[in-house]
Design a protein around this ligand. Structure first.
Ligand SMILES: CCCCCCCC/C=C\CCCCCCCC(=O)SCCNC(=O)CCNC(=O)[C@H](O)C(C)(C)COP(=O)(O)O
Ligand SMILES: Nc1ncnc2c1ncn2[C@@H]1O[C@H](COP(=O)(O)O)[C@@H](OP(=O)(O)O)[C@H]1O
Length: 329
């Protein structure tokens, strides 16, 4: 457990550099790959790799038609069933840590002070998750109306092209079936058949993938660092003397439950690292095929700031650490 506290802040901050490195690598790949260059030559119905100077949004591209690369399609299976419901996967993986990792899961053989410490640790982990969830929610889903990303887009001059038609119809005295207010988010604009164009469209994919993988990686590393100590604490060694005096019949279920616990522990970590790896891969794909540089970097900036505030800042600021805690401590 001391490992996690002693882990140097600079090392952790350096690890976070892998995110900008991924975006750089993706943009570099899109610039030099012949496939990506070929797709740039096609217009309208093809994927357009991210370009530093591209003025239009990836959202305007119809990537499912004549795709050059499977991952350049918006309807690729990983985008539809993984990223588009990415926070659900993140939540499932996080909850599996809470349920199956010895750092959090309760044990019958604990003193009340140990139980209190475990309870506090679990609450702090939930608080860290809730903070990350709040950032994701406010940025991508709802911020007292349209999400921050949508508000930012409109504030920088973006609009739903269909919205202009609606205004035209209304000034011409026609009744409009679509409420104007429904055209002020990217989702409703696209659903109404409009084009979300013109402003700075922070990449929701980059924002969510960086935030989710950062959250899960920090939590998993913390839980793993504690695992051996926690297992021996709650396992047979903790009260070894008392346990070994028990009959064979009594000890068998303990061994079985330890085996089951070990299996669940391993698979919860595999789920978490699976989500992290797929999340990283999809981030890389977004970096290659979608958005302008600036839109990717602004998504990265928001997510990295949140990860830094939740996982690194508390290592420097003791009162903050008392509130949100550190994974594995
Ligand atoms: C032992 C029990 C512990 C329980 C811990 C509970 C902690 C409680 C704390 C807070 C409560 C918050 C509850 C939130 C629950 C969240 C559950 C879900 O995740 S449901 C939402 C599923 N939806 C998604 O995952 C959507 C993800 N997608 C997007 O955000 C966007 O599609 C995009 C940003 C990726 C792209 O945007 P687009 O415009 O291009 O589509
Ligand atoms: N890695 C990826 N794979 C597939 N589609 C992606 C993607 N990254 C971004 N996109 C798509 O590009 C658009 C802009 O993404 P975002 O703003 O969230 O970064 C979204 O289109 P749609 O909104 O039409 O689905 C999204 O689905």
């Amino acid at each position: 457990m001391a490992t996690a506290t002693a882990r140097p802040v600079t090392l952790l901050s350096t690890v976070l550099l892998m995110y900008p490195a991924t975006l750089l690598l993706g943009s570099l790949f899109s610039a030099i790959s012949p496939t990506a260059r070929h797709s740039r030559d096609l217009s309208g119905s093809s994927p357009q790799p991210a370009s530093p100077l591209a003025p239009s949004l990836a959202t305007d591209l119809h990537l499912s038609e004549s795709p050059v690369n499977y991952f350049a399609r918006k309807n690729n299976i990983f985008n539809v069933y993984f990223v588009k419901i990415g926070w659900l996967w993140t939540t499932a993986a996080f909850v599996s840590l809470l349920i199956f990792q010895p750092l959090y899961s309760s044990s019958r053989r604990e003193s009340s002070s140990q139980q209190q410490a475990r309870f506090r640790r679990t609450l702090q982990a939930i608080l860290r998750y809730a903070l990350a969830t709040t950032v994701w929610y406010l940025a991508t889903q709802w911020f007292f109306g349209p999400a921050i990303i949508d508000r930012g887009f409109i504030a920088t001059g973006g609009k739903c092209e269909r919205a202009l038609e609606e205004v035209g119809k209304m000034t011409a005295g026609q009744r409009s079936p679509t409420g104007l207010e429904t055209l002020f988010t990217a989702a409703t604009c696209k659903a109404a058949g409009g084009a979300w164009r013109g402003g700075h469209d922070i990449s929701g994919h980059v924002l969510m993938l960086v935030l989710a993988t950062g959250l899960l990686a920090f939590e998993a590393v913390g839980a793993s660092a504690c695992a051996p100590a926690c297992v021996s604490q709650v396992g047979p060694t903790a009260d070894a003397g008392r346990e070994r005096k028990a009959s064979d019949a009594d000890s068998t279920p303990v061994i079985n439950s330890n085996e089951t616990g070990g299996f669940a522990r391993t698979w919860s970590l595999r789920l978490v690292w699976g989500v992290v790896c797929l999340g990283w891969w999809m981030l890389f794909m977004t970096a290659i095929w979608f958005h302008t540089w600036l839109e990717k970097w602004s998504g990265l900036f928001i997510a990295l700031s949140a990860v830094y505030a939740i996982y690194i800042l508390p290592r420097r600021i003791a009162p903050l650490k008392d509130v949100v805690g550190l994974p594995g401590v």
